[in-house]
Design a binder for this molecule. Structure first.
Ligand code: NBG
Length: 828
């Protein structure tokens, strides 16, 4: 990989439109306000100002962006195509300013125009085109690929409506439409010249070509157009701008005049409606499939666009299609784009005339697959009739892939039919399904999990048969996150402090953070550390007051859990601790504790009743605790609404304690755990996902561990788990549960939390009760430790010093070396 040395500002082209002096920037912003937004400096709203600034910055990205594009087309580089149904990019402006090193002059220019850059940045809408960890990981990886000079394109869907906006009303979640495109999107460029067609439905027919070879052609019943929208993805100081290419679906004919003229007004727009629906809205489920036809349409739509796009680029190079896999490495971000395996086969055989064997060689050398979850409810499978009616030709191809594959399985496993039926791409138990994970495994040359434990569990459980057939395909790549967005952009106070002491190279090489170790014992440094964090906490407390009306004390411990709301993530275990603490303080009012502010954030899938009840639970407990005068200066509970990247950027830097408390064996990796720890929060967590590796990296003495291990969880469930007996024998747990059941946190309503309590008492599938006492004891230890703030700061510094491994740069180096076999190109 090339070294990141260039200290000069990367923009060098000094013509009128791209100059970077404060004067030139001011002029450009005013011009854009006038000529693009259609307003003037004094009349412009902050939204309009944002747009003008964004165009000003985009102008300064374009030259390198187009140059990068040309290089990838013309030079003999292998390009990584990262296929993902979700990209959770977050706001672009601050990140682009950092990467261009333009923050100082732009801030100055904006100030001279009598506006405040920070306030204006609050007006950037967030492209929420993802649900959670999986979509955000894709965004961190794009950042690192551009930084390391790995030629890459992110392919996905330009959803008109991203993840819903969450409001809290009467303590419960309400979903509102996300209008992220309302004011337009200054970062993207629509490229109608590069539109492509995608078919759906219809039938297939056989024919003979001029050499007499039997061929098949697909006659789709309808065709939609995919229009690409490109957004530049800048590298940090690398001079490179890769591309995020998102596809919007449109009708091929905007209007069926024949029908319109004959009076069939509805028929005239029906095709248009079908086409436009495909990229309309993101499915808001993170780890549960919904099995809806539209979802399969979305998956096929963007995957087909991406593959056709690659082939088009490839044929431009005047090479024969035979070496396609040498030009492209395709990464499947979970199974969502795995229909690509069948689509590439179709394109190569039906459209480009290759023989099956050759097409398969190309295909299986092109794809690799990342699995992101062990939860069985997330394994994608499509009912066969639905699949057949939407993608008839792909089903034929999948049957052929499967027949050949199962021959191999039979040979390898000596005709073991139980294996054959488990490994088959078609599930034939009762109602038939196409199993997308099986298709992905068969069609990929590398399969990876996202943390050590997760990869081991894939090999041992979910993908065991595939591992036993092809152990050489499997590997682990532990997730990482970009320190540019998650430290530098989110936490300028900490960033400055670090840079003042160890210089600025750490942002391009996160291992450098270990040079902070020497400061852990320096009382002066620790004081500065606390001062920096306090500023961040004060800022968040203003935001919280403004958003929720709750006033929180910046000197209390900020104990934070932000992530999707899910039973396996156990936000309700956190609540059981709060209730226990509350009841303890009620019965012993003079008890001295470290004052705590519990912060929660996260969305629940709209159809997930239990998750929504957990939100209600958090808010109900908050209402009682925050309203109790005895708790003043001791406990506060806040649910900060509409958790997204923007809000994450405020919360990660402010936290003292990071809650990573999933049932062991359930969280594939987690990435929020890394963002907190990089910003100095200490972790309380189970031995799950990447927590294990974080604990090893930061030192066991700097990590608050509790709870059962994966093996103990499995053993307990296998032996017959009885949560009610734990409830009966643990007086504190009983007290907490009884208080909930009695309506103490629901204004006397004894029914409200009954579904949750019944589940815990009867089955408790995520073992909250089994881990309860261990969690409480560990939290008591946390509270004691926090009171020794010198000790705490020391731990926090050591924690940050050892987080280098969790940079997405490290993860991308591993993908590049072990999966994609690509090098970074030299920086401009
Ligand atoms: C999520 C896992 C997380 C993991 C991210 C990124 C899905 C389907 N999976 O543990 O739950 O960190 O993927 O790998 O969103």
């Amino acid at each position: 990989m090339p070294e990141l040395t260039s200290p000069e500002p990367a923009v060098q082209i000094e013509d009128d439109r791209t100059a970077i002096s404060v004067e030139a920037l001011k002029r450009a912003i005013l011009d854009n306000l006038f000529f693009i937004v259609g307003t003037t400096q004094h009349a412009a709203s902050d939204d309009e100002f944002f747009t003008a600034i964004a165009y000003t910055v985009r102008d300064r990205i374009l030259a390198r962006w187009l140059a990068t594009r040309e290089r990838y087309r013309n030079e003999d580089v292998r390009v990584v195509c990262y296929l993902s149904a979700e990209f959770l990019m977050g706001p672009h402006l601050a990140n682009n300013l950092l990467n261009l090193q333009l923050e100082i002059p732009v801030r100055q220019a904006v100030a001279e125009l009598d506006r405040d850059l920070d306030l204006i940045m609050e007006h950037e809408p967030e492209p929420g085109l993802g649900n959670g960890g999986l979509g955000r990981l894709a965004a961190c990886y794009l950042d690192s690929m551009a930084t390391l000079g790995v030629p890459a394109v992110g392919y996905g869907i330009r959803y008109e409506f991203g993840i819903f906006e969450q409001q809290i009303r009467d303590g419960g979640q309400v979903e509102l439409t996300d209008h992220w495109l309302l004011h337009g999107n200054p970062w993207e460029i629509r490229r109608p010249n590069e539109a492509l067609d995608v078919g759906f439905g219809g039938r297939t027919e056989g024919w003979s070509d001029s050499t007499g070879r039997y061929r098949v052609r697909w006659l789709p019943a309808s065709v939609v157009k995919g229009i690409p929208y490109d957004t530049p993805v800048l590298g940090y100081r690398s001079g490179i701008a890769n591309t995020l290419r998102l596809w919007r679906s449109e009708s091929t004919e905007s209007f069926y005049f024949d029908r319109f003229n004959s009076g069939d007004y509805q028929g005239a727009v029906a095709g248009k409606t079908f086409a436009e629906t495909i990229s309309k809205v993101l499915y808001p489920n993170d780890e549960e499939i919904q099995g809806k036809e539209l979802r399969l349409q979305q998956q096929y739509f963007f995957t087909s666009c991406a593959l056709q796009d690659m082939i088009r680029v490839y044929l431009h190079t005047n090479r024969s299609i035979d070496a396609f896999h040498e030009k492209f490495a395709i990464q499947l971000n979970d199974t969502h784009p795995s229909i690509g395996v069948a689509e590439l086969m179709r394109l190569l055989i039906d459209e480009h005339g290759l023989e099956w064997e050759k097409a398969w060689e190309i295909t299986s050398h092109t794809f690799s697959y990342t699995n992101h979850t062990l939860l069985p409810e997330a394994l994608e499978r499509w009912p066969l009739p639905l699949f057949a009616s939407l993608l008839p030709r792909h089903l034929e191809i999948i049957y052929e892939i499967n027949a050949r594959f199962l021959d191999l399985v039979r040979k390898h496993f000596d005709g073991n039919e139980a294996r054959v039926s488990r490994m088959s791409i078609i599930d034939e138990h009762g109602e038939k399904f196409v199993r997308m994970a099986n298709l992905a495994c068969v069609g990929s040359h590398r399969i990876n999990g996202v943390a050590e434990l997760h990869s081991q569990l894939l090999e041992k459980e979910v993908l065991r048969d595939f591992y036993e057939l092809w152990p050489e395909k499997f590997l682990n790549v532990t997730n990482g996150v970009t320190p540019r967005r998650w430290i530098a952009v989110s936490n300028p106070e900490l960033s400055d402090l670090i840079t003042r002491h160890i210089g600025s190279d750490w942002l391009g090489n996160l291992d450098e953070l270990n040079r902070l170790e020497q400061y852990a014992d320096d009382a002066g440094f620790r004081a500065e550390w606390r001062k920096a964090q306090r500023e961040v906490k004060v800022r968040l407390s203003h935001y919280i007051l403004d958003q929720t009306g709750v006033s929180v004390d910046a000197d209390s411990m900020f104990d934070a859990q932000v992530k999707r709301i899910h039973e396996y993530k156990r936000q309700h275990l956190n609540v059981l601790h709060i209730i226990t603490l509350y009841l303890r303080l009620k019965s012993r009012p003079n008890l001295e504790i470290a004052p705590r502010t519990f912060l929660f954030g996260g969305k629940a899938a709209p159809g997930y009743a239990m998750a929504k009840l957990i939100i209600k639970l958090i808010n109900s407990v908050g209402e009682v605790v925050n309203g109790d005068p005895q708790m003043k200066h001791r406990l506060k509970v806040v649910f900060v609404p509409n958790y997204n990247v923007t809000l994450g950027q405020k919360i990660y830097p402010s936290a003292d304690l990071s809650e990573q408390i999933s049932t062991a064996g359930k969280e594939a990796s987690g990435t929020g755990n890394m963002k907190f720890a990089m910003n100095g929060a200490l972790t309380i967590g189970t031995l799950d996902g990447a927590n294990i590796e974080i604990r090893d990296a930061v030192g066991h003495e700097n990590f608050f561990l509790f709870g059962l291990t994966t093996e103990q969880v499995e053993a307990k469930l296998a032996a017959g788990y009885h949560p009610r007996s734990i409830y009966e024998s643990n007086p504190f747990l009983r007290e907490a549960i009884d208080a909930l059941a009695a309506g103490q946190f629901s204004r006397g309503d004894k029914e409200l939390f009954k579904p949750l309590l019944d589940q815990l008492l009867n089955t408790d599938p995520y073992l909250l009760f089994a881990d309860y006492q261990s969690y409480i004891d560990c939290q008591d230890h946390v509270g004691e430790t926090y009171r020794d703030y010198e000790k705490w700061s020391r731990m926090a510094i050591l924690n940050v010093a050892h987080m280098g491994k969790f940079s997405s740069d490290r993860a991308i180096r591993e993908y590049s070396a072990n999966i994609w076999r690509v090098d970074g190109i030299d920086h401009a």
